[in-house]
Ligand binder design. Structure first.
Ligand code: ADP
Ligand code: MG
Length: 428
């Protein structure tokens, strides 16, 4: 028997108009296939275009280039047989659980009695028996997301798309729902043939998926693929499990590093806003025992109770400032990073300030402009305009916000939020 290809996405491209003109390229050269019997994970940082890709697959938006085929036919409009579960549950508050679930079937021209029977079966399957007449507000977050799943499953889709379905839930609730879902899947009790799980949580991807596609940012594309070869049910403490988590961390950070090298270090490079506090926190944690200057990223992430989305930008800031480096899934403090860890506040500020002048071209640029001007001030607009030639409005704002908070900590220059002016005086 040959495996059926449920979904085939080839060379897909999608951009959006930028507010100030031009186009923001969100997806480029995206290839993806989903075969019968598979759970495929899409793992990437927020803003990498994962939700956009799911919208294209579910026919809610169309690509500007490339092809999307579902069961061999091009997708043009929402196909029957592809259902989606959202992070935000997306339930109607004025409808009961049963009514919310039945809603999925109303467009399908099915006799009312069958609608009811199928909705009750889906509710039963997902563990909501007894809650048919409850309203969403009467349910916990986990129960609400179960309604989200029931509503998707009731149409008996071939493909279930899940857009970060567990990320709005607390840790235990999320884990219960994941376990139940995998059990239903493994037992063949869900009327579906394949699933795509969008997530920014590496462990979740390793727990649930047969294959994980690593999504890169700017533009989003599939930059790597890892097959997870562990039988189910999977155990998070299994050494094989940990090895996969480690390997994915390693690949994702290596890619980030390569991307930054490619983008260069000029004054128009996008910077993620990361507070100096988070930078200090990470340095201190890595400097302290048991790590003593070098830590495995997954270990330090779980120690700091952070997720990839939170840890990567901080680790990246450390790299940009050359206070640390990331290699092979480890984060290692540089000589300056170690000094920073041991220093008092004033010396820390000095180290930060010097790192900014040497390694953050935009900070050095702003400082030079302020030095050269007679009144030592300059409006924010001056720098935003420069940045917007190279990035979106949002990205320019975030980049400037990052530099402002770093420069404040290093006392390199100051910025007044009200007048939107940079200056050299220290208000303190
Ligand atoms: P992810 O799900 O990976 O976080 P998204 O697909 O939501 O990423 O968004 C990727 C990028 O595309 C973001 O910069 C977002 O602002 C932009 N984007 C998404 N949808 C639209 C839209 N309808 N119009 C303009 N920009 C959009
Ligand atoms: Mg998203």
């Amino acid at each position: 028997m040959t495996t059926q290809v449920l979904l085939d996405v080839r060379d897909v491209r999608r951009s959006f108009p930028k507010p100030g003109g031009g186009e923001l390229l969100v997806l480029e050269n995206v290839d993806l296939a989903l075969n019968q019997g598979e759970i495929v994970g899409l793992l990437g940082r927020s803003g990498s275009g994962k939700s956009t890709l799911l919208r294209l697959i579910s026919g809610l938006a169309s690509p500007q280039g490339g092809t999307l085929n579902y069961l061999g036919a091009p997708i043009d409009g929402p196909p029957q047989g592809i259902a989606m579960v959202f992070q935000s549950f997306a339930l109607f508050p004025w409808l009961t659980v049963l009514e919310n679930v039945q809603l999925g079937l109303e467009a399908l021209h099915i006799p009312p009695q069958e609608i009811r029977t199928r909705a009750l079966a889906a509710i039963d399957l997902i563990g909501l028996d007894g809650y048919e007449n409850a309203y969403p507000r009467e349910l916990s977050g986990g129960m609400r997301q179960r309604v989200g799943f029931a509503r998707a499953l009731v149409v008996h889709p071939n493909i279930l798309l899940m857009d970060e379905p567990f990320s709005a839930l607390d840790v235990l609730t999320a884990e219960n729902l994941r376990t139940d879902l995998i059990e239903l899947w493994s037992d063949g009790r869900m009327p579906i043939k394949g699933m795509i799980l969008v997530t920014h949580n590496i462990e979740e991807a390793v727990l649930m998926c047969d294959r994980v596609l690593l999504f890169s940012t700017n533009p989003g594309r599939v930059a790597g693929e890892i097959k997870i070869d562990i039988p189910r049910p999977r155990d998070r403490t299994d050494p094989r499990f940990e090895a996969y988590v480690d390997r994915i961390y390693t690949e994702m950070t290596a890619r980030q590093r390569a991307q930054r090298a490619e983008r260069g270090t000029g004054p128009n490079v996008l910077l993620n806003h990361v507070s100096p506090n988070s930078v200090s926190g990470l340095i201190e944690a890595v400097a302290a025992p048991p790590y003593n200057g070098k830590a495995d990223l997954p270990d330090i992430a779980s120690d700091l109770q952070m997720e990839v989305d939170e840890l990567f930008p901080v680790a990246e800031a450390l790299q940009i400032l050359r206070l640390g480096d990331i290699e092979g899934g480890d984060i290692k403090l540089s000589h300056m990073g170690k000094r920073f860890a041991e220093a008092e506040l004033n010396e820390r500020k000095e180290i930060f300030s010097r790192a900014l002048m040497s390694h953050v071209a935009l900070a050095a640029h702003i400082r030079r402009v302020l030095d050269e001007r007679a009144n030592h001030t300059a409006p924010k607009r001056r720098f935003i305009d420069e940045l917007e030639d190279h990035m979106t409005e949002d990205a320019a704002e975030e980049t400037l916000r990052a530099v402002v908070s770093w420069a404040r900590f290093g006392e390199l220059f100051s910025y007044d939020d009200e007048t939107e002016q940079f200056s050299l005086e220290n208000p303190a």
